[in-house]
Write a protein that binds this ligand. Structure first.
Ligand code: NAP
Ligand code: F7E
Length: 343
């Protein structure tokens, strides 16, 4: 089996690549050209699989439709996983056009390339719980109404709907994974969970002394990223292409996450955390809770890692990172950067 993963350098791309390679797939991934090499999440896979040509990376940007269609034609994949996105909701308010272009141009370029190909190629679109908007405090499933509140969510909604259009119009095996928040030690450092666990590690080692966040009352259904990428693969193996909600069915506030993470290292978050308007979004999604019953029943999928285990794993990882950072600081190999006020 041959898979193409756009966004392989991201959190989900790295877990999905790991899982597909372990199943014997040949995995192709797209990498954006940047001034520094940004493959840190998949470096362990490159060293293990690159020599056998089981993992092959290609320079491609979703904003370049020619590069996308050339790639699909060249690789002739069995499965395409479209994970690439500007995935930060707050940043999407600052870069709305860029965020929208990736969501819209990226998905439709891939779908067009698949439609114009003789081979039957399956397509996965990374849809998001952000599309629901979180106005009502109730559990959300595949039938719930969308009410996007950010440029990010609107661009995801376009990709979601165009995926359905190609499925219905051209009989393409195109699925939407409506994934609720999923986290890990590989999560980007500016998402709230990782921002917290990284700060916990640094505060414990005396490298940082405060943490500034935004809305502490926001509530999210947080799961483990590795469980969710496993669900992506399961959707692609199901007999028909459909839309699937992937969530834990539990929601927690940012405050609860703080409480769990700080208490785990015997600290009181109230001593370190402040809330600033600077981190509030122009339009907030206050509450998200998913209902993954369909995936549980038909895909036989369930989340394996609990909320407590997720928080503890992330804190454990960031304690080790902080310990390494402290050693480098003591040896004078790096300079102290306290808290970055912009993230
Ligand atoms: P992530 O860590 O931010 O990774 C995003 C990936 O997209 C990175 O590999 C990034 O490359 C790539 N990318 C960004 N712009 C691109 C462009 N113009 N052309 C090609 N590649 C580009 O996101 P994630 O958490 O893994 O999420 C994976 C997907 O699921 C995203 O589409 C996200 O919106 C969606 N999603 C995520 C969650 C969640 O909770 N994690 C929930 C629902 C949906 P660089 O490494 O070069 O930046
Ligand atoms: O925010 C609040 C913030 O940025 C979670 C992406 O993967 O999941 C993610 O989007 C909540 C929000 O994730 C800070 O206001 C408080 O209510 O970690 P986040 P997100 O916006 O839910 C969805 C499903 C995706 O699809 C996205 O790609 O936490 N919050 N204080 C903060 N958030 C951040 N980032 N930073 C703060 O200081």
């Amino acid at each position: 089996m041959i898979a193409l993963i756009t966004g392989i350098t991201g959190q989900d791309g790295s877990y999905l690549a790991e899982q597909l390679l372990a199943k014997g797939y040949t995995v192709h991934g797209t990498v954006r050209r940047s001034s520094v090499i940004n493959t840190s999440r998949i470096d362990h896979l490159i060293s293990e699989y690159d020599n056998d040509k089981k993992l092959i990376l290609h320079y491609s940007d979703l904003l370049d439709p020619g590069s996308v269609s050339n790639l699909v034609n060249k690789i002739q994949p069995d499965e395409v996983y479209n994970l690439a996105a500007q995935s930060h909701v707050a940043v999407s308010f600052e870069n709305p056009i860029f965020t929208s272009q990736i969501g819209t141009l990226g998905s439709i370029s891939l779908l067009e390339a698949i439609r114009n190909n003789d081979k039957e190629i399956k397509f996965y679109q990374a849809s998001s719980s952000e599309m629901y908007g979180g106005a009502i405090e109730k559990s959300l499933n595949e039938q719930s109404k969308f009410d996007p509140k950010s440029p990010y969510a609107v661009s995801k909604l376009f990709a979601h709907e165009i995926t359905k259009v190609y499925r219905e119009s051209y009989d393409i095996f195109a699925v939407n994974g409506l994934l609720f928040n999923h986290e890990s030690s590989r999560r980007g450092e500016t998402f709230v969970t990782r921002k917290i666990t990284k700060a916990v590690g640094r505060i414990k080692y005396g490298i940082q002394n405060k943490l500034t966040l935004g809305n502490l009352e926001a509530s999210r259904d947080w799961g483990f990223a590795g469980d969710y990428t496993h669900a992506m693969w399961k959707m692609m193996q199901y007999k028909t292409p459909e839309d699937w909600v992937i969530a834990t069915g539990e929601t927690h506030t940012v405050k609860e996450f703080l409480e769990k993470a700080f208490t785990y290292v015997d600290l009181d978050w109230n001593d370190y955390v402040q809330s600033s308007e600077d981190y509030f979004r122009p339009n907030e999604v206050n509450y998200l809770l998913g209902d993954p019953e369909k995936a549980k029943k038909l895909l036989k999928w369930k989340p394996e890692k609990s909320f407590d285990e997720l928080v503890e794993d992330m804190v454990d990882h960031d304690l080790l990172e902080a310990e390494k950072e402290l050693t480098l600081l003591k040896d004078g190999l790096i300079k102290p950067t306290w808290e970055n006020p912009n993230i």
